[in-house]
Design a protein around this ligand. Structure first.
Ligand code: KIV
Ligand code: NA
Length: 265
C-alpha cells in the first residue's frame, strides 16, 4: 500500500473520507496500526501520562519525543507520522519552534503538532514556509491545564465559541494542514469544520462532524488505569485481539459510527 501523504490527507478531506488517527509510541504498535489500517500515527505527548505515569503532559521533554518518534518511524512504511512538540519547546519564538521541530522531523516525523490558537499563527507560518507541515490543536489544550483550571469542555460560552472559530481561521490562514479539536461541543466543531476551506479537522471529544478522529491508544484498548473521559471508547470488548480492536476503531471512524452521541458534548 502507498504511504499516506499530506496530499492524500487533503484528498480524503475533500472527498469526505474520514481520517483515522491514533496515538503510537513504539515500533510494535506502529506495525500493528499499519496492519489495522490506521492513516495517521500521533506520537503524542500523552506518552507522559500513559507511558511515564506523569500527572500531566508538562514534564515531557523534546529528547523523549525524539526517542519515541524514532521508535515509531523505524517500524513504519505507510503511516503518516505526526509528532507532538513538548511543553516549552515552541512557545518562546518561531525560531525556537523550528529548532525543535527540525529534531522531530529528523527523527522521522512527517508533521509536528503544537497547541494554541491565533497566538501561535506566526509560528505555524514560520514552520510551514520552512518545510515543516503543522497540525494545530485547539479546544482543551492539555499543556495549558493549569491555566484552564482542569480538563473541561471548551467553547461552551458565546465568547468561547467565537474565539475557537477565529482561532481555527487564523491557523488555517497560517498554513496548518490539520487541526485537532479536543473537548469541544459537537455542534460547534461541526460549524468550524464546515467553515474551513483546506484544513482538515480531527476530533477528540468534538463530535462526528470532524474530518477525522483521534484517540489515545491506551484508552482505545482499555489499558490506561486513569480516569476515563466521556469521549473515550474501549474497542477491546468483542474483539479477539488488539489488532482487531484497532481495525474496528478504524472502521467505526470511517463509517461515522464513532463517536456516538454518548461520546460527545
Ligand atoms: O498527546 C496526545 O495524545 C494528543 C491527542 C489527545 C490529540 O495530543
Ligand atoms: Na498531545
Amino acid at each position: 500500500e502507498k504511504p499516506v501523504t499530506l496530499s492524500e490527507l487533503a484528498k480524503m478531506r475533500s472527498e469526505g473520507r474520514k481520517i483515522a488517527m491514533l496515538t503510537c509510541y513504539d515500533a510494535s504498535f506502529a506495525a500493528l496500526l499499519e496492519r489495522a489500517g490506521v492513516d495517521v500515527a500521533l506520537v503524542g505527548d500523552s506518552l507522559g501520562n500513559v507511558v511515564q505515569g506523569q500527572k500531566s503532559t508538562l514534564p515531557v521533554t523534546v529528547d523523549q519525543m525524539v526517542y519515541h518518534t524514532e521508535c515509531v518511524a523505524r517500524a513504519n512504511t505507510r503511516l503518516f507520522i505526526v509528532a507532538d512538540m513538548s511543553f516549552g519547546s515552541y512557545q518562546e519564538s518561531p525560531e525556537q519552534a523550528l529548532r525543535n521541530a527540525a529534531r522531530l522531523m529528523a527523527a522521522g516525523a512527517h508533521m509536528v503538532k503544537l497547541e494554541g490558537g491565533a497566538f501561535m499563527a506566526e509560528t505555524v507560518r514560520f514552520l510551514v514556509e520552512r518545510g515543516v507541515p503543522v497540525c494545530a490543536h485547539i479546544g482543551l489544550t492539555p499543556q495549558s491545564v493549569n491555566q484552564l483550571g482542569g480538563y473541561r469542555v471548551q467553547g461552551r460560552s458565546e465568547a468561547g465559541a467565537a474565539q475557537l472559530k477565529s482561532d481555527a481561521h487564523a491557523l488555517e490562514q497560517a498554513g496548518a494542514a490539520l487541526m485537532v479539536m479536543e473537548m469541544v461541543p459537537a455542534t460547534l466543531a461541526g460549524e468550524v469544520t464546515a467553515s474551513l476551506t483546506s484544513m482538515a479537522t480531527i476530533g477528540i471529544g468534538a463530535g462526528p462532524a470532524c474530518d477525522g478522529q483521534v484517540l489515545v491508544l491506551h484508552d482505545m484498548i482499555g489499558v490506561y488505569p486513569g480516569r476515563k473521559a466521556r469521549f473515550v471508547k474501549n474497542f477491546m470488548p468483542g474483539a479477539a485481539s488488539i489488532e482487531e480492536a484497532v481495525a474496528n476503531y478504524v472502521r467505526a471512524v470511517k463509517d461515522g459510527s464513532f463517536p456516538a452521541a454518548e461520546h460527545c458534548y
